[in-house]
Design a protein around this ligand. Structure first.
Ligand code: FAD
Ligand code: SF4
Ligand code: SF4
Length: 466
């Protein structure tokens, strides 16, 4: 059969429609589209795509099963390494990971591995009518319990492996809902919450316990958790503390961190105010500072909240934006106004203390910096002002220090990250860590990979007779 060089496109809501709603943008493959896309995989013997995936999904095998319309077998293959295909199929940076190494990419578009992954996950979701059935073989309980801090992808994947090994796993989460960034950060139009809830219900059915509204470091310390009878602790508390630029006027009213803004909208349903009692400012002229996924999410969310102009202000050029290409394209299509090579230097407020303008400098590109990218250099005298009534700062996040300052003996790096080796061991015996709290802000699949690695280390540690 002749190779189809282009990826089979996935239908999407048109930009004019979707920018007024919170429904998911890409609509998924039909069976025919999925089989056609699966047939683009040539089942190459070396399959380099697998080494591009942090959890080594058996990509050729699950794609072959789709091509043969054996979807249960496809999902079973997937679940051996990846328990959240509905999530990763939607938001993994596939173009930089598995798909970047696909050999078909040398002669045309790489196989759309992520979309096929989403296809089988959605097939399973629909088949089970949103209620996943537990299908793991019964294992003898070890009688040992492990506490996990945070309910993001790192702890979710760690807890499943622990339960499969016969441990009792309890997740302590500061918020009133589970899922970490999947729930409070990434908006519904990119990752529907029914998918995240589906996976969390599955974990609960498997026997993972969740304790919500429990802030480790305040409600109890790690030492207290050991005193309560847990034999090991996994820290998967992420990197949710916002960073600001520390420029003049940054504490004026109407200036949010992206994390606060997105948490209010996604987790606390501020878009349904007053039905949900979470107030939020609905700016008409909004400046979003940053060029990553978080900035794109904040910009596209503020558009859906009713903004007339959303300016995305980024100090580098378009092709240096860390956001996924698909998100950048979607944002542009929806009318986000990109102001590239532009850097805010101060905010100006009105007499009541509300932000009314942001002053920016134009930038040019200079020498390469340590990251191999050209350093943005301010152009002298290029100051200009933009009228705004809201700003959302999305320039990165850091680990929250609450656990490190309440856990004597825990080694911490320069940015406040917990120091752990490749197996997830920290400086304290019996305490493991993985995900963004160790790496700084990264990706869902790397956090899941770290969670799985730590589960294996915890098992070894407990078997060695701690
Ligand atoms: P998190 O998901 O951050 O979860 C940590 C959890 O721990 C949180 O629920 C937090 O409330 C809880 N917690 C923190 N401290 C405590 C404590 N002391 N006690 C109890 N609980 C605590 N990645 C991608 O791969 N693709 C994307 O498209 C993408 N988009 C993103 C968009 C946004 C807006 C954001 C913010 C991130 C995005 N990421 C994306 C990054 C990705 O979501 C993270 O890398 C991933 O969620 C990290 O997982 P984690 O389990 O380490 O931590
Ligand atoms: Fe690719 Fe992510 Fe799926 Fe791995 S989990 S195969 S990197 S889309
Ligand atoms: Fe298929 Fe591409 Fe992977 Fe080869 S590299 S097995 S063609 S997806």
């Amino acid at each position: 059969m002749k190779l189809i060089k282009e990826q089979i496109p996935m239908k999407e809501q048109p930009p004019e429609v979707r920018k007024k709603n919170f429904e998911e943008v890409p609509l998924g493959y039909t069976k025919e589209e999925a089989i056609l896309e699966a047939s683009r995989c040539i089942q190459c013997p070396v399959h380099p795509c697998v080494s591009g995936c942090p959890v080594h999904v058996d990509i050729p095998a699950f794609i072959k099963a789709i091509k043969e319309d054996k979807l249960q077998s496809a999902i079973d293959i997937m679940n051996e390494t990846n328990l959240l295909p509905g999530v990763t199929g939607r938001i993994c940076p596939q173009e930089d990971q598995c798909q970047a190494l696909c050999v078909v990419g040398k002669v045309g578009d790489p196989v759309s591995i992520g979309r096929l992954e989403r296809y089988i996950a959605d097939w399973e979701f629909n088949k089970n009518q949103g209620k996943k059935r537990v299908s793991i073989s019964k294992i003898d309980p070890t009688g040992r319990s492990v506490a996990l801090i945070g309910s993001g992808p790192a702890s979710l994947s760690c807890s499943v492996d622990l339960v499969k090994m016969g441990y009792s796993a309890t997740i302590f989460e500061a918020f009133h809902k589970g899922g970490g960034v999947l729930t409070y950060g990434i908006p519904e139009f990119r990752l529907p919450k029914r998918i995240v809830n589906y996976e969390i219900c599955f974990l609960q059915e498997l026997g993972v316990s969740f304790v919500f509204d429990f802030l480790v470091g305040r409600t109890a310390t790690i030492e207290d958790l050991f005193k309560r009878g847990f034999s090991a602790v996994f820290i998967g508390s992420g990197a949710g503390a916002p960073q600001f630029m520390r420029i003049e006027g940054e504490n004026l009213d109407g200036i949010y961190s992206a994390n606060e803004y997105l948490t209010r909208v996604n987790l606390m349903k501020a878009f349904k105010f007053p039905e949900f009692d979470t107030p939020i400012k609905k700016g008409k002229r909004v400046a979003v500072i940053g060029g990553g996924n978080v900035a794109m999410d904040a910009a596209r969310t503020s558009l859906r909240m009713g903004a007339e102009h959303v300016y995305l202000i980024y100090r580098r050029s378009r092709n240096e934006m860390p956001a996924r290409v698909e998100e950048v394209v979607h944002a542009e299509e929806e009318g986000i106004e990109f102001m590239l090579l532009t850097n805010p230097v101060k905010y100006i407020g009105d007499e009541k203390g509300f932000v009314k303008q942001v002053e920016c400098l134009r930038m040019t590109l200079g020498e390469e910096d340590a990251s191999g990218r050209k350093r943005p250099v301010p152009i002298e005298g290029s100051e200009f002002r933009i009228d705004i009534d809201q700003a959302i700062v999305a320039i990165g996040t850091l680990p929250n220090p609450i656990i490190s300052i309440t856990t004597p003996g825990l080694s911490i790096g320069r940015q406040g990250e917990i120091l752990a080796d490749a197996d997830g061991n920290t400086s304290i015996k019996g305490v493991f860590a993985g995900g963004d709290i160790v790496t700084g802000s990264a990706t869902v699949i790397t956090a899941m990979g770290a969670g799985r690695t730590a589960a294996a280390s915890i098992d070894r540690y407990l078997k060695e007779g701690s």
